[in-house]
Design a protein around this ligand. Structure first.
Ligand SMILES: NC(=O)c1ccc[n+]([C@@H]2O[C@H](COP(=O)([O-])OP(=O)(O)OC[C@H]3O[C@@H](n4cnc5c(N)ncnc54)[C@H](O)[C@@H]3O)[C@@H](O)[C@H]2O)c1
Ligand SMILES: O=P(O)(O)OC[C@H](O)CO
Length: 325
C-alpha cells in the first residue's frame, strides 16, 4: 500500500516514520518549505519534531499534486484546515485515513464528515488513540484504534501500519473513534486548569470521570458505540492527555488555571492546541443535541476570559445529582 501523509507537524512526521518501517517509501506533504527542506536534506523535522532521526525512505514535498497515485493518504493537518488542504489534493477514490482530532468550526462537522463532503468517492478510516508523537517516533509501545467500515480495507491498512511497537485495534465505528479524540482535547484543557489552579489530584480524577460521562453522552447522541468510547480513542486518550504537560491542550489549561489569558497563551504558538478551536463548536453541537456538557461549558467560559475562581465555583455549585450518564 503506497502511503502519503498530508501534514508535516509532529504527528504527521511520526506517522510517516511508522509507515516507513522496513524502508517502505512514504511521501509527506508539508506546508512549510523549511520542513520539506529539513526532511529531504537532513532526514529530520527541525521545526515540529526536533532531534528525531527520520527514515531515509521518507520524502517530503510542498506540492499536494504530488500525492496523486497513493493508495492511502493519512490526513494529519489540524482539524480546522482539513477542508482547505483536502480541496487541493487529488483524492479521487483514495483511502483517507483521518488522524486529526477536532470538530470544524461553523459547520459542526467531524473531520470525517468534512472529508466526505470534499472527497465523496474516498473511503474513510480513522486512526486515533493515546499517541504522543515523540514517543511514537521513538518507537515506544503504542496502541491505537483503527476504525473503518470496510473490513477488507481495515485489514490491509492495519497490516501496513502495525508493527512490534505500534498495535492497531480494529473497529467499524468511525464516528465513535473521531468523537473521543475531539472531545478529550477540550477535557484535557480542563484538567490542565485543575493543575494550574492547584485544585489537587482528587479534583483531576473527578474531572476525568465526569468528563468521560460527558464525552459518552455526546458520543451516544451522535451515534458512537459505547465500547469505542471506553477504548483507546476515547477513555485511553482522555487519560493520557489529562495527565501530562506533554499535552499541548493540558498545557494551555495549565496556563489558564494560573490566571493567564487564552489570547496570551495562544499568541505566536507554532503548534496546535486543538481543544481551543473545538471547545466553542462542541458547546454549540451539544446544545443543539440537548446534551449537558458542564465541563465543556466551563472550558469555554475560561477561554472567553471568565475568572478561574468563578468558573470553578459555578461547576461545584451545580445541584447534586445521581451518578448516571
Ligand atoms: N502531536 C501529537 O502528539 C498528536 C498525536 C495525535 C494526534 N494529533 C493531531 O494531529 C493533528 C496535527 O497536529 P500536529 O501535532 O501534527 O501539529 P503540530 O502542532 O506539530 O504542527 C502544526 C501543524 O499545523 C499546520 N498548519 C498550520 N497552519 C495551517 C494552515 N493554514 N493550513 C494547513 N496546515 C496548517 C502546520 O503545517 C503543522 O503541520 C491535530 O489534529 C492533532 O490533534 C497530534
Ligand atoms: O498534545 P495534545 O494535547 O494535542 O495531545 C496529543 C495527542 O492527541 C495525544 O493522543
Amino acid at each position: 500500500m503506497k502511503i502519503g501523509v498530508i501534514g508535516g507537524g509532529a504527528w504527521g512526521t511520526a506517522l510517516a516514520q511508522v509507515a516507513a518501517r522496513g524502508e517502505q517509501d512514504v511521501l509527506l506533504w508539508a506546508r512549510e518549505p523549511e520542513v520539506v527542506e529539513s526532511i529531504n536534506a537532513r532526514h529530520g523535522n527541525d521545526l515540529f519534531l526536533a532531534n528525531v532521526p527520520l527514515s531515509t525512505s521518507i520524502r517530503a514535498t510542498g506540492n499536494l499534486a504530488d500525492l496523486a497515485g497513493m493508495e492511502a493518504l493519512l490526513v494529519v493537518a489540524p482539524a480546522q484546515h482539513v477542508r482547505a488542504v483536502l480541496s487541493e489534493t487529488p483524492v479521487g477514490n483514495t483511502l483517507l485515513v483521518l488522524c486529526a482530532k477536532g470538530i470544524e468550526a461553523g459547520t459542526k462537522l467531524l473531520v470525517g464528515e468534512v472529508a466526505h463532503q470534499v472527497a465523496p468517492d474516498a473511503p474513510l478510516a480513522v486512526l486515533s488513540g493515546p499517541t504522543f508523537a515523540h514517543e511514537v517516533a521513538a518507537g515506544k509501545p503504542t496502541a491505537v484504534t483503527l476504525a473503518c467500515e470496510h473490513e477488507g480495507l481495515r485489514t490491509r491498512l492495519s497490516d501496513r501500519l502495525a508493527g512490534p511497537a505500534f498495535r492497531t485495534y480494529g473497529s467499524d465505528d468511525v464516528v465513535g473513534a473521531e468523537i473521543g479524540g475531539a472531545v478529550k482535547n477540550v477535557l484535557a484543557i480542563a484538567c490542565g486548569v485543575v493543575e494550574g489552579a492547584g485544585l489537587g489530584l482528587n479534583a483531576r480524577a473527578a474531572l476525568i470521570a465526569r468528563g468521560f460521562a460527558e464525552m459518552t453522552r455526546f458520543g451516544m447522541a451522535r451515534g458512537a458505540q459505547a465500547e469505542t468510547l471506553t477504548g483507546l480513542s476515547g477513555l485511553g486518550d482522555l487519560v493520557l492527555t489529562c495527565s501530562s504537560t506533554n499535552s499541548r491542550n493540558f498545557s494551555l489549561g495549565l496556563g489558564l488555571g494560573q490566571g493567564r489569558s487564552a489570547a496570551e497563551l495562544m499568541a505566536d504558538r507554532k503548534t496546535v492546541a486543538e481543544g481551543a478551536f473545538t471547545a466553542p463548536v462542541l458547546r454549540e453541537a451539544a446544545r443543539d443535541a440537548g446534551v449537558d456538557m458542564p465541563v465543556t461549558e466551563a472550558v469555554n467560559a475560561l477561554l472567553e476570559g471568565a475568572p478561574v475562581a468563578k468558573v470553578i465555583e459555578a461547576l461545584l455549585s451545580r445541584p447534586l445529582r445521581e451518578e448516571k450518564l
